[in-house]
Design a protein around this ligand. Structure first.
Ligand code: ITT
Length: 177
């Protein structure tokens, strides 16, 4: 299975569940769209020759900003970063947010499938933890008192948006761990 991504952190999470997975950093056409599904659906079109494969488009959705940065999460990470998000949350009591992940999968027959995963949580007031990547140091999943960056990969995979999408993919592929 090829994981088509430029993000080593993501690849590391997939590798824990799919040990034979290979990272393929070939880049793909990411359109600017209103939903993760649209981005993934469009990206899958040019990738069939690399099947079986996974692509993954994810984002952080903040309630008081009506889901921003969402599909703009990559751009916002490059420009504002985690500290910028903490500043944006200044003065807000409601710090609720969610991470969402849409996996696009193409099997050896060329059949494609989209699978979504979501986790609710909140934005912390400071950055905490050294594991993971991206927004992990500022996201605390609901029901836990640690950020994703304070968790090791197996712990994060059990509860994260990507972990849930991977679970869905395994069910679809009829794989049991
Ligand atoms: P691709 O090559 O796979 O597209 P990317 O890093 O651009 O890699 P996304 O567009 O899916 O991936 O991610 C948007 C942003 O959200 C990006 O800055 C990621 O670092 C961040 N992100 C995605 N998943 C995350 C996770 O599980 N934890 C923390 N940040 C995450």
């Amino acid at each position: 299975m090829n994981i088509i991504t430029s993000n080593k952190g993501k690849y590391h999470e997939y590798k824990k569940i799919f040990p034979d997975a290979k990272m393929l950093n070939i880049g793909y056409h990411e359109i600017q769209a209103d939903s993760l599904e649209e981005v993934v659906e469009h990206a899958l079109e040019g990738l069939k020759e690399h099947a079986p494969l996974i692509i993954d488009d994810s984002g952080l959705f903040i309630d008081v900003y009506h889901g921003f940065p969402g599909v703009y999460s990559s751009y916002v990470m490059h420009t504002l970063g985690c500290q910028g998000i903490i500043k944006l949350m200044d003065g807000f009591d409601n710090r609720d947010a969610a991470f969402e992940c849409v996996i696009g999968h193409i099997d050896i027959n060329g059949d494609s499938k989209l699978i979504r995963g979501r986790v609710s949580g909140s934005i912390t007031k400071t950055m905490k933890g050294t594991h993971g990547f991206g927004y992990d140091p500022i996201f605390k999943p609901e029901g836990h008192d640690k950020t994703f960056a304070e968790m090791v990969t197996d712990e994060k995979n059990k509860i994260s948006h990507r972990g849930k999408a991977m679970e869905g993919l395994m069910r679809y592929l009829d794989i049991t761990l």
